[in-house]
Design a protein around this ligand. Sequence first.
Ligand SMILES: NC(=O)C1=CN([C@@H]2O[C@H](COP(=O)(O)OP(=O)(O)OC[C@H]3O[C@@H](n4cnc5c(N)ncnc54)[C@H](OP(=O)(O)O)[C@@H]3O)[C@@H](O)[C@H]2O)C=CC1
Ligand SMILES: O=C(O)CCC(=O)C(=O)O
Length: 493
Amino acid sequence: MGNADNRTKRSVMTIDNYIGGFWKEPASGKRMSNLNPARRSEVVGLVPDSELGDLNEAVEAAEAARRAWRKLTGAQRGALLYKAADLLESRMDEIGRTMTREMGKTLGEAKGETARGAAILRYYAGEGMRPVGDVIPSTDSEALMFTTRMPLGVVGVISPWNFPVAIPVWKMAPALIYGNTVVWKPAAETAVTAALVTACFHEAGFPAGVVNMVVGEGALIGQGIAEHPGIHGITFTGSGNVGKRVGLIALARGAKYQLEMGGKNPVIVAADADLDLAVDATISGGLRSTGQKCTATSRVIVVRDVYETFKAKLAEKVKALRVGDGLEAETWLGPCASEKQYETVLRYIRIGVEEGAELLFGGRRPEDPALAEGFYVTPAVFDRVKPSMTIAREEIFGPVLALIEAADLEEAIAIANDTEFGLSASLYTRDIGSALTFIQEMEAGMVRVNAETAGVELQAPFGGMKASSSYSREQGQAAIEFYTSVKTVFVKP
Ligand SMILES: NC(=O)C1=CN([C@@H]2O[C@H](COP(=O)(O)OP(=O)(O)OC[C@H]3O[C@@H](n4cnc5c(N)ncnc54)[C@H](OP(=O)(O)O)[C@@H]3O)[C@@H](O)[C@H]2O)C=CC1
Ligand SMILES: O=C(O)CCC(=O)C(=O)O
């Protein structure tokens, strides 16, 4: 993997692809630099700029491994997942620090995410011992009819930079336990973290070719995965534009696909809400990970009776959040993950102001000269946002909250539903009737009452409605639906 001895230090790690059980230089020998978003002059790693030849080699390795892998028992595959979980957990500090240096989230969040990766691996390791299929009564009294499941074959995993451990693990762990082999293209921006995760699979003793990692430009290697005839299923998390493209390519060649894309997640604050609880959840749901979660709260829809009180409480707490390097213990909010993301956030803040929303707080570079070299922006709160404004409609993926006033709960739910997205939504209320109306009316894959919009439990289905996903669900027992095909068996003596 290169420079492994210096993993936790501020040294530059040189990363290779992982193909057929070996760390391999990209055929071109070319590499890209990954920068620390907290300090743009600091190079965290040199990561492969792979070509299609590297991808082809990985697909061949995955194809060569898949029959023997499928023939192992679930318990045998699960034993390897348990080992990978133990390794990931034992390296929580090293992986967390690398993640923070590579994409900026605070060390606490990065370590928490790594621990979550280990928990996901253990959940799916156990899945190797759980029942599969149903016995179905046949109309023929002599016959036995039942369902079983087959793995898809080679699964292509295309993952983003915002959860560089949890998302690929929640895709790879079920793919593997159900008997598939994997070719993983992590986001190039977090490929050093990805290599540390891959090292856990390698050292756990997964047979050669079962897990492969190829790092390169999304438009080449990601698209190459979508197009590759040797890849039978593609699971993608990222932007809507790329996701739709991946889906269209997969559909055209008859491959199975699953897309998790953006969100424009609302929190509704009802007149009877516990306002302190709602404020804390808005801050945590909207601004943790610098707002770079597909489940992040971005629209804060507050019923008129409590709008001004809620706004004052929110502004006071947001002002107190400490922006800084995620490695510093006192930092609450790290930098945006990249210059591209930073420019996007600043552009949306400009658009918000131009369209007439009132910038109540933040949305600027911090004044501290120690932060001048990073992609920092102070958390922004916009007041008097209209549902038609761009900042209320498009996914920003940054620390920006848009406050929208609603006359009552009915109008709040109508505003919440007036979006192309439908990933997550929350309501703060003390009234059971309001909660039930919200649960019934809200068009979102995850609805949460008195809980923030972000926060995914690994054992529950995760996914969105409308443009947020391809209607499929990940995680928990739902994952089996994507990573396997049902086979109906009819046996007569
Ligand atoms: N739903 C979510 O969790 C996420 C949503 N987003 C949204 O997307 C916006 C842009 O982020 P960005 O990183 O550019 O997201 P992308 O959709 O570009 O990236 C997601 C993954 O897809 C890969 N990719 C890029 N282009 C292609 C392609 N043509 N075919 C196949 N794969 C491809 C990327 O590779 P590489 O990056 O190496 O080029 C990465 O691995 C964010 O501002 C946010 O709104 C982003 C990340 C996660
Ligand atoms: O909220 C979470 O923990 C998961 C969010 C997520 O899946 C994403 O941002 O892509």
